[in-house]
Design a protein around this ligand. Structure first.
Ligand SMILES: Cc1ncc(COP(=O)(O)O)c(C=O)c1O
Length: 382
């Protein structure tokens, strides 16, 4: 990054922690064994994988043997949704996937893949603040389904869902629950064993770890079908030689999670200051009526597209986003904002600011100082 840039896109990815980097570099330099080899080099590599697994399990509040390493949040989501669904269908469940209308493309894509193999999709409505409608969710689960997928914290709004309650509703109808906790880890203290889900997905690069490493926690009483065959690794749920540096970095990031959790009240105060400032400029805020993770602010400046605002912010040295990273660059309005009941024109105005543990008061003041001119110019020229 150039000096002086302000990075407010931590929901897309976070910068690597220096201690994580040091561990990844040391692993690349020193651990060249294959974790499946039985000689000393192999055993050292295996120890590193298992030590990272213990750290990730401790962060999640689960047991190490319940953690499956994947290539990231996307693969963890697909393994959870597709793996639970196929396994439940084999056991006689109705081939239906229940999912919240605001799920991340990783979960949505998994559901679409299941549709190609004969599953039906049942999308659950959310209210204006992005909360899953429990009655609609219950009705869809009662009609019979193999899996229900609901994210703990939404990637665009930060809205937190009551997974305990939704999980109970789904389980009463015998439906397995996948929970995407990619945007919750590091912001909420996770306790997967009592969360109410059967599978929970997380990703290292959202918590100052390396890109390309993630994990799926699987409830010990549930079975998940592997997406691919090919090897014995990760209990045959994720065959292939492990991404050792990525896993080692993930483990160190998990060990440091207490620091992120401790910083959340300060991050919330900065987000609230930013929110107050943009509201004073006439902005709309999405999801503020629900409880949200501390770092996320979804806003809109009426009459100016989110694309224009984020492009101008970028030129001014400030990184923000129009929504999920994977959908920016396309002119399609955010499906999350459309699901809240916004019009296409309103949804196209969305701007997501996502703060990190390294965000400072000065960063927020600089953004608030830059915005009025950017918004005003956008209104006149947009
Ligand atoms: C809620 C959510 N789920 C899943 C993912 C995918 O994670 P990854 O980038 O590690 O594949 C993301 C990342 O944007 C996310 O925000």
């Amino acid at each position: 990054l150039e000096p002086m840039r302000i990075y407010l896109d931590h929901n897309a990815t976070t910068p690597l922690d220096a201690r994580v980097r040091a561990a990844v570099v040391a692993c690349l330099d020193r651990l060249h064994g294959n974790p499946s080899s039985v000689h000393q080099e192999g055993r050292l590599a295996r120890d590193a994988v298992e030590s990272a697994r213990r750290a990730v399990a401790a962060m999640l509040g689960g047991a190490p043997q319940e953690v499956v390493f994947t290539s990231g949040g996307t693969e963890a989501d697909v393994l959870g949704v597709v793996g639970l669904a196929r396994s439940a269908r084999t056991a006689g469940a109705r081939p239906v996937v229940v999912l919240a209308a605001i799920e991340h493309p990783a979960v949505h894509g998994a559901a679409l893949a299941l549709r190609r193999e004969g599953f039906d999709l049942a999308e659950v409505a959310v209210d204006r603040a992005g909360r899953v409608d429990p009655d609609d969710f219950a009705a869809k689960c009662r009609s019979g389904a193999a899996v229900a997928a609901v994210a703990l914290a939404n990637h665009e709004l930060g809205t937190i869902q009551d997974i305990g309650r939704l999980g109970q509703i789904a389980h009463e109808s015998g439906v397995a629950v996948h929970c995407d906790a990619v945007q919750a880890a590091g912001k909420l203290d996770l306790a997967v064993a009592s969360l109410g889900a059967d599978a929970v997905a997380i990703s290292a690069h959202k918590l100052r770890g390396p890109k390309g490493a993630g994990a799926l926690w699987v409830h010990p009483g549930r079975s998940v079908e592997a997406l691919i065959g090919g090897g014995h690794q990760e209990r045959e749920l994720r065959p292939g030689t492990e991404n050792l540096p990525g896993i080692v970095g993930f483990g160190v990031a998990a060990e440091l999670i207490g620091e992120s959790l401790a910083a959340q009240p300060r991050v919330a105060a900065l987000r609230d200051r930013l929110q107050q400032g943009v509201v004073a400029m006439g902005a709309r805020v999405h999801g503020a009526g629900a409880s949200r993770v501390a770092n996320t602010l979804s806003a809109a400046f009426p009459g100016v597209s989110g694309e224009i605002i984020t492009t101008a912010l970028d030129l001014a040295g400030i990184a923000a986003s129009t929504g999920a990273a994977c959908s920016s660059g396309s002119i399609k309005p955010s499906p999350v904002l459309l699901a809240l009941g916004l019009t296409r024109a309103e949804a196209a105005e969305g701007v997501r600011f996502s703060l990190g543990v390294d965000t400072t008061d000065a960063d927020i003041e600089a953004v608030l100082a830059a915005l009025p001119t950017i918004v005003d110019r956008g209104r006149r020229h947009g």
